[in-house]
Design a protein around this ligand. Structure first.
Ligand code: AMP
Length: 464
């Protein structure tokens, strides 16, 4: 897409497809003679599956992790979803299983166990494995709680090589003797920090006691606090470390802006954005389950088709809502953080943070739902008066001032400003201490977002 098209087509980023990103990435790789999957020594059945997916070149985590894992070493990975992490750990496992047992004939035992905190992520990983393994004859399945166990048990009985599971259902089915994990060669613990946050630590410790000591272990976490490092020591043997800095990478890749708006006007601003800009797909983050339901009700009244996913919804309802969103049937998905963790929606146009999180890392996880792998994306945040300290913390973490949208009908003037104002431009007070004054960036061809805004970066302005 030429730069002038970006200028004259409002919200032009919304029309772009993931294919564009992959093709552009592919051309850039060719141009700079970057590494290919073949260079990593992958076998033909996997190369063929990757070609079918349209992957031309490995992402940085794949480039670093695949050679280590093919040498059968343990791995500690600091990386979050969106970096190509799933392929980084599943591809070498598939290759090793394939090389050891061919196309998987004969009695199957579970050789790989992947533990992940949420059902959505488990399903997503299992879907990816299915695609990468399609020419290998290797079989995989997924189990998670919140649904009846019958079909999961049936799939297990027919024999699988790779099992992806959430911890609770796994232990449940082990206790019922439907699962035997005493023969596994590969153990993956994914999103370890989230596991801890969700209180799965005891389940994980129980699982580690059952699996054989002689195994290859992979441990992934987006953040590495003390407790996570301690847990990794209990799981990993002689390991190598791969670190992809998602915070900075995501924050730099995603086009971000913040709206100062009162709490009361947030729903009006959301409706306004969706109706005027008409994004193909919008993921809205709400702090609470109740808040998510409320947003859906408001959008519904305005004739905007939306759905909510959160912990109080049944697994079937969550899967149904997610599928409709992925298929494009539902344009707006409203989610709480836990439910949305790791959700991979290709071509996700827009992320809206309806409430700013008080944990700054959560902001980065949320914006990472767009701009996945090499794609770029747009993330907008609504900030009311009470949330301004959170914004400060976020900017400190990402080492970047987020542009402020200076023209919108619900610019905060006071706590109760609920009537739309004439779109107006007004200078935001720059918070750059002693730095050059804020500069207008609207009209910058790099911006895929058509609102007037002010950049407040004086150190790392990526739009220069
Ligand atoms: P993940 O971090 O595993 O959730 O992956 C994020 C997204 O990147 C998913 O949609 C993958 O299908 C995609 N992806 C993974 N590896 C590549 C690659 N080498 N080239 C292009 N897209 C990729």
């Amino acid at each position: 897409m030429a730069w002038f098209e970006i200028r004259i087509r409002p919200f032009s980023f919304l029309y772009r497809t993931k294919i564009d990103h992959v093709v552009t990435f592919g051309y850039l790789c060719l141009l700079f003679n970057l590494m290919t999957f073949k260079d990593l020594g992958l076998i033909d059945p996997i190369l063929k599956a990757l070609a079918d997916k349209g992957y031309t070149h490995p992402t940085p985590i794949q480039e670093q992790a695949i050679p280590i894992l093919l040498k059968n070493k343990d791995l500690l990975g600091s990386a979050q979803t969106g970096t190509g992490k799933t392929a980084a750990f599943t591809i070498p496992i598939l290759q090793q299983i394939y090389n050891a047992v061919g196309s998987g004939k004969g009695g199957r035992k579970i050789k790989t166990l992947i533990i992940t905190p949420t059902r959505e992520l488990a399903i997503q990983i299992d879907d990816n494995i299915k695609e990468y393994a399609k020419y290998t004859g290797i079989k995989n399945t997924v189990i998670f709680g919140g649904v009846k166990q019958g079909s999961q048990v049936k799939a297990l009985r027919s024999g699988v090589d790779i099992l992806t599971a959430t911890p609770g259902r796994l232990l449940d089915l082990i206790n019922q003797k439907h699962i035997n994990i005493t023969n596994i060669d590969f153990f993956v613990l994914d999103e370890a920090d989230q596991m801890l946050d969700m209180g799965f630590i005891h389940d994980i410790k129980k699982i580690i006691k059952i699996i054989p000591k002689d195994r290859q272990s992979l441990f992934f976490s987006a953040t590495m606090p003390r407790a996570i490092i301690d847990l990794s020591k209990q799981i990993l043997g002689d390991f190598e470390r791969v670190s992809i800095e998602p915070k900075q990478a995501t924050a730099e890749r995603v086009d971000q802006a913040v709206y100062f708006v009162s709490k009361k006007s947030k729903s009006k601003l959301l409706k306004h954005l969706i109706t005027t800009e008409n994004p193909d797909s919008t993921l809205v983050f709400s702090r609470t389950k109740h808040g998510a339901n409320k947003i859906v009700k408001i959008l519904d009244k305005a004739g905007i088709n939306s759905a909510a996913i959160h912990g109080n919804k049944s697994q079937t309802a969550r899967q149904k809502a997610l599928s409709a969103f992925k298929d494009g049937g539902t344009k707006v998905l409203v989610a709480t953080d836990i439910a949305a963790r790791g959700i991979d929606v290709s071509q996700l146009s827009l992320v809206v943070q309806y409430d700013l999180p008080n944990v700054p890392e959560t902001y980065v996880h949320r914006i990472g739902r767009t701009g996945r792998a090499k794609a770029s994306g747009t993330a907008l945040a609504f900030c009311d008066n009470d949330e301004r300290p959170y914004l400060k913390d976020i900017e400190k973490l990402i080492k970047q001032k987020i542009d402020v949208v200076t023209e919108h009908p619900y610019l905060v003037d006071g706590p109760d400003d609920d009537e739309p104002q004439q779109a107006k431009s007004r200078p935001q007070r720059s918070r750059n201490n002693g730095g050059s004054s804020a500069r207008k960036t609207a009209g910058n061809p790099n911006k895929r977002f058509n609102s007037k805004r002010q950049s407040r970066n004086n150190n790392t302005n990526r739009n220069r």
